[in-house]
Structure formats: C-alpha cells, structure tokens
Design a protein around this ligand. Structure first.
Ligand code: PEP
Length: 263
C-alpha cells in the first residue's frame, strides 16, 4: 500500500518580524487561509518565527485554535547549563513547537556549523519530541565540481547515522545557490536530488522510513512555481523563506492544489 505523505509548507521567517509584527502577520495569514477554505487535511502549514516571537505566536495559535504548526529556527545540542545565548529543545517543546529547522545553510555559513553539530542538534530535537527539519544542499561550486546530489547526500548521511530509524524527521533539500536568489532549481532538478535523498534514507533507515519521510524543496519558491515542484513524486512540500513574509503570497503557496501553473 502506498504511504500518503501530507504535504508540508513551512515558512522560515529568518530574522524578520518582531513579536508584535508576528501577531499581526499570523492573524492575517489565518484569515486568508480561512477565506480560501483552507483544509489542514490536505496541506500542513508551519511557521518558523524568531525565538523572541515564539511565545506570542504560540498563545495566538492556541487561543484562536488556528490550523498552524509552530517551529523554531535552531536549537542547542545541549539540554541546559552554561551555554549563553543558546536555546534548549526542552524550552521549545514547552512552547508547543512541533518543528525545528536544523542546519540551514545560513547557520552553516554564519556560525560555521559542521555536519557533526547538525547531527548533534538533530539528536537533541528528537530527544525533546520535536520534529527536526534538517536542511541539506550544495553550493554552486559544489554542484559544478561534484554534481548536485553528492554534498546533500553526504550531509544527510551524517545525520542519519546519529538518529535511530524510528525517529520522525523532515528533510529540506535547499540548493544554496537557489536560496534568496530568485533563481529556483527546476522542478526536475529538485526531483532528481530529492529522489537520491530518499534512496539514502532507505539505505540507512529502511524502505518504510524512506516512504513515510517528507522531503521538502527550498530555494526561491513562489506561488508561481510551487505547483511544478509539488507535481514531482519525491517533493513533499516546501521550505519557503522570502515569500513566507508576504501573507497573500504564502497563502497562495499553501493553496497550491487549487492552482496549476505552467512550468
Ligand atoms: C530559506 O531560507 O530556507 C529559503 C528557501 O529562502 P528563499 O525562499 O527566500 O529562497
């Protein structure tokens, strides 16, 4: 029997919107989705605000019973203690975060996060009951030297070795050259790498886990190109940066089943 993977559209706000702006944004997003008869059964939506917004957004989601999931953009590999500025997965779980982004290319670049640290953070997320959204992807130079899949597969393998095969996780394939560039991968390019990543999961964690794991594409996703990605069998959603900060645009991305675009 084929496994049904509910698509996930995840909005990575990066370092944008303070907690007051976040409240206004989430209210508008919820109205937009409601106006368009959004059904959470068909597509799951998650927002990933900065840490300082999480409590406000959590309270709003709970009070108004909004059909939105909450995630953080990073976490510490440690549970608690002398780690100034870090945030424990335990704290995120207390805030009803279901997801946490790990290993985003901006953190790998800005904070020199190596694969081993990404693996340790993924383990910490799983330990605290959070679903890690593990980002992997190649730079333009990597792609020109090795082809698109080699580096993402290597990054993924280190993570898979660190966690058990019954852990729940999401993978985000994000070619670094596509992030914030306005030049997305083509749907065929995304599909090709996502298929290899699924094979990598099957080899490490078994076929069943590979079939049930959602693999997202990220990198300059917009309402005009999302349908093309979502038509591909190994793309199960999108990690959206810039376009997740525009209510109408993000709402239209979430509603991809209703609009088919020309690739
Ligand atoms: C991201 O930050 O994960 C991302 C994909 O950004 P953008 O959609 O702006 O390319």
């Amino acid at each position: 029997m084929d496994v049904v993977r509910t698509p996930l559209i995840a909005g990575n706000w990066k370092m944008n919107l303070d907690h007051l702006q976040a409240i206004a944004f989430v209210q508008k997003l919820a109205w937009s989705l409601k106006d368009h008869d959004y059904s959470a059964d068909k597509v799951e939506v998650a927002v990933f605000p900065p840490f300082t917004d999480l409590r406000s957004v959590q309270t709003l989601i709970a009070a108004d019973k909004l059909p939105l999931h909450l995630g953080a953009q990073d976490l510490s590999p440690h549970d608690s203690g002398a780690h100034t500025g870090d945030i424990s997965g335990a704290f995120l779980a207390q805030l009803n975060c279901q997801y946490v982004i790990i290993g985003h290319s901006e953190r790998r670049a800005d904070h020199h996060e190596a694969d081993e640290l990404v693996a340790a953070k993924t383990l910490a997320a799983v330990k605290h009951g959070l679903i890690p959204v593990v980002c992997v992807g190649e730079t333009a130079e990597d792609r020109d030297t090795h082809g698109a899949a080699k580096i993402p597969v290597e990054q993924l393998r280190v993570v898979l070795e660190a966690i058990s095969q019954d852990s729940d996780y999401v993978i985000a394939y994000e070619p670094v050259w596509a992030i914030g560039s306005g030049t997305p991968a083509t749907a065929d390019e995304a599909e090709e790498v996502c298929a290899v990543l699924r094979d990598t999961i099957a080899n490490s964690h078994g076929q069943e886990r590979a079939e049930s794991t959602r693999i997202l594409y990220g990198g300059s996703v917009k309402s005009g190109n999302i349908a093309g990605f979502m038509k591909r069998p190994n793309v199960d959603g999108a990690l959206v940066g810039g376009a997740s900060l525009d209510v109408d645009e993000f709402s239209a991305i979430v509603r991809f089943p209703d609009h088919v675009t020309l690739d």
